[in-house]
Design a protein around this ligand. Structure first.
Ligand code: ASP
Length: 482
C-alpha cells in the first residue's frame, strides 16, 4: 500500500488491491518493458497490471468496520479469557491445546513470510544501494529508542525504588540458597562473548537449521544478499522475482484468513496461561511480594508505549499516533497473547500494510525490528537488574548503572522474539555488574505476565519504526543497475 494513514484515516485496502510498488507503476509509464531485456521492475509492473485487470476478488477485502469488529472480538476474548481463568482455573487450563494450535499456525508462516517480505522489500527498492538510507535509519531508530527505553527503565526504578525494604528477607534467603537459572545456565557470559554471539547471529552455516529454529536474523541477512544480487541480474531472475512477490501476497492473505480465528485462538492462549498461574495458587502471593517491581516496569512500559514512541511518531510523520496505534491494535493484542514478537510478526506486517505504512518500509523494517528491536525487553532488563540490586542491598554506582544501560541494550538486541527470552539474556546484565545470578529467581514468578506487556511494547516499537523509516524512503523511481 503506498499512501499512508492520512492523518489517522486508515486505508483498508488490502494486499493485491493496488500495484505492488507504487513507484514501479509510475516507472512503467516511462520505461518500456522490452521483451528479452526486462529489468526486474518491468516484470513486477506487468504482474501488477495483470492483477489490476483481473476481476477484483472481494472475498478477502474488508471494510474498516469489519476489521475494527475483529479487534473488539480479540479484546473481548482476552477479557473473557482472564475472567474464566480467575473463576475456573482448573477448567481454563484445558484450553491449552487450542492456544497451541493457533500459535503454531502463526509460527508456521513466520519464516517463509520473512523471506518473501524482505526479498520484496529489496526488489521494491530496485537497487540495493537504495537500501543504505532506510537501513541506516532503521538501525539508528532501533538503537535510539532502545536506549531511550533503557533510560526510562532506569529512571522509573530509581524513583520508585521498588526493591528497597519491600522484599521479605526470608524470600531473599530462599534465593540466596541457589535457584534454578533459565536454560540451565550457571554463569553469565562475559562482554566479549556477548559481542561475539551478536556477530555470529548474523550468519548461519545452515539456513535450514536457522529456519527450523526460527532464527530470523541470518535469514534476513541471506535474503538481503540474494535480493541484492537479483537486482543486478535483471531478466535472468524475473520468474523468481514474480514468484516471490506473489508468494508474499499469498502469505499475507493467509494471515488475514488466520486472523479470523484469532479471537478463539487468543482466548485459548490467554485463559490457559492465566488459568495455569492461578491454579498454582501462589501467583497472587508472589505478585504481592514484588508488586512494586511489577508496577515500576508497567509504568516504564506505559511511559515508553503511550508517550515516548507516539511522540516520535508524531514528530516525524505529523499524524495522530493514537490512530496508528488503533490500526496496529490486532498486532498489539496478539503480542500480548502470544508473548512472542516473532509469532506476532505476520500480524504486525499485515496490520502495518493495512494501516497504510509504505510497503517498502514494512517489508524489511518490521522483520528486522521483530528480531533486533526490543524496547520493552531493554526497559525491563534495566529495571529488573536495579530492582534485584536494591532488594539485596547491592550498591550500584552511577558507572554501574551505565554498564547496566549498555548491557541491557545489547541483551535486548540479542534476545529472541520468543516468550521469556529476556529472562535468559538478563544474565548478561546481572553478570556485567557482578550481581549474584541466583536472585533472578526473585522476578521469575511474574515474568510470564510482564513478558506480555513488554512484547506488546516491542511490537509497537517495530510498527512505529516502520512508519518513521517509511518517511525516509524516497518515492523516486528505482534505478536498475546495468
Ligand atoms: N517475549 C519477548 C518478545 O518476543 C522477548 C522477551 O522480552 O522475553 O518480544
Amino acid at each position: 500500500m503506498g499512501e499512508g494513514v492520512a492523518d489517522g484515516q486508515m486505508n483498508y485496502m488490502r494486499v493485491g488491491d493496488e500495484p505492488f510498488h507504487p513507484k514501479l507503476r509510475s516507472h512503467s509509464s516511462r520505461v518500456p518493458c522490452e521483451v528479452g531485456k526486462k529489468p526486474l521492475f518491468c516484470v513486477a509492473v506487468k504482474r501488477q497490471r495483470r492483477a489490476m485487470d483481473a476481476p477484483r476478488d472481494t472475498s478477502m477485502t474488508e471494510s474498516p468496520k469489519h476489521n475494527q469488529s475483529l479487534t473488539y472480538w480479540i479484546a473481548g476474548a482476552i477479557v473473557a479469557a482472564i475472567a474464566v481463568a480467575l473463576t475456573a482455573p482448573e477448567f481454563a487450563v484445558h484450553f491449552e491445546i487450542g492456544g497451541e494450535l493457533f500459535l503454531r499456525a502463526l509460527k508456521m508462516i513466520v519464516v517463509p513470510l520473512v523471506f518473501t517480505s524482505v526479498m520484496c522489500g529489496v526488489l521494491g527498492l530496485g537497487d540495493v544501494r537504495q537500501l543504505g538510507r532506510p537501513g541506516a535509519t532503521a538501525v539508528g531508530y532501533y538503537l535510539c529508542t532502545t536506549v531511550l527505553a533503557v533510560v526510562i527503565g532506569l529512571i522509573v526504578v530509581n524513583v520508585i525504588r521498588p526493591g528497597v525494604g519491600t522484599v521479605d528477607p526470608a524470600v531473599l534467603e530462599k534465593f540466596a540458597q541457589g535457584a534454578e537459572l533459565p536454560n540451565g545456565q550457571t554463569e553469565a557470559p562475559g562482554m566479549g562473548v556477548v559481542l561475539e554471539n551478536l556477530a555470529l547471529m548474523l550468519i548461519t552455516d545452515n539456513l535450514f537449521a536457522a529456519a527450523a529454529d526460527t532464527q530470523l536474523l541470518p535469514i534476513i541477512v541471506f535474503t538481503i544478499a540474494i535480493g541484492a544480487l537479483m537486482t543486478t541480474m535483471m531478466d535472468r531472475v524475473r520468474s523468481i522475482a514474480t514468484l516471490v512477490t506473489e508468494a508474499n501476497d499469498l502469505l499475507l492473505r493467509f494471515v488475514l484468513a488466520l486472523m479470523k480465528l484469532a479471537p478463539i485462538g487468543i482466548f485459548c492462549l490467554v485463559t490457559a496461561r492465566f488459568g495455569k498461574a492461578h491454579a498454582d495458587g501462589r501467583f497472587f502471593e508472589e505478585i504481592s511480594q514484588i508488586g512494586w517491581y511489577f508496577a515500576a516496569v508497567i509504568i516504564g512500559l506505559a511511559i515508553h508505549g503511550f508517550i515516548v514512541l507516539p511522540l516520535i511518531y508524531y514528530v516525524v510523520t505529523k499524524k495522530n499516533p493514537y490512530h496508528y496505534m488503533g490500526a496496529m491494535s490486532q498486532a498489539l493484542l496478539t503480542a500480548f497473547s502470544t508473548a512472542s514478537s516473532s509469532a506476532t510478526l505476520p500480524v504486525t506486517l499485515e496490520c502495518a500494510e493495512s494501516a497504510g505504512v509504505s510497503k517498502r518500509s514494512t517489508e524489511f523494517v518490521i522483520p528486522l525490528g521483530a528480531t533486533i528491536n526490543m524496547d520493552g525487553t531493554a526497559l525491563y532488563e534495566a529495571a529488573a537488574a536495579i530492582f534485584i540490586a536494591q532488594a539485596i542491598g547491592f550498591d550500584l554506582t552511577l558507572s554501574d548503572q551505565l554498564i547496566v544501560a549498555v548491557t541491557a541494550t545489547l541483551a535486548a538486541i540479542g534476545a529472541a522474539g520468543i516468550p521469556e527470552a529476556g529472562l535468559v539474556t538478563m544474565l548478561i546484565v546481572l553478570g556485567a555488574v557482578g550481581l549474584p545470578l541466583e536472585y533472578l529467581g526473585l522476578i521469575l514468578a511474574v515474568d510470564w505476565l510482564l513478558d506480555r506487556f513488554r512484547t506488546a511494547v516491542n511490537v509497537l516499537g517495530d510498527s512505529i519504526g516502520a512508519a518513521v523509516v517509511g518517511t525516509t524512503i524516497p518515492d523516486a523511481e528505482p534505478t536498475t543497475p546495468t
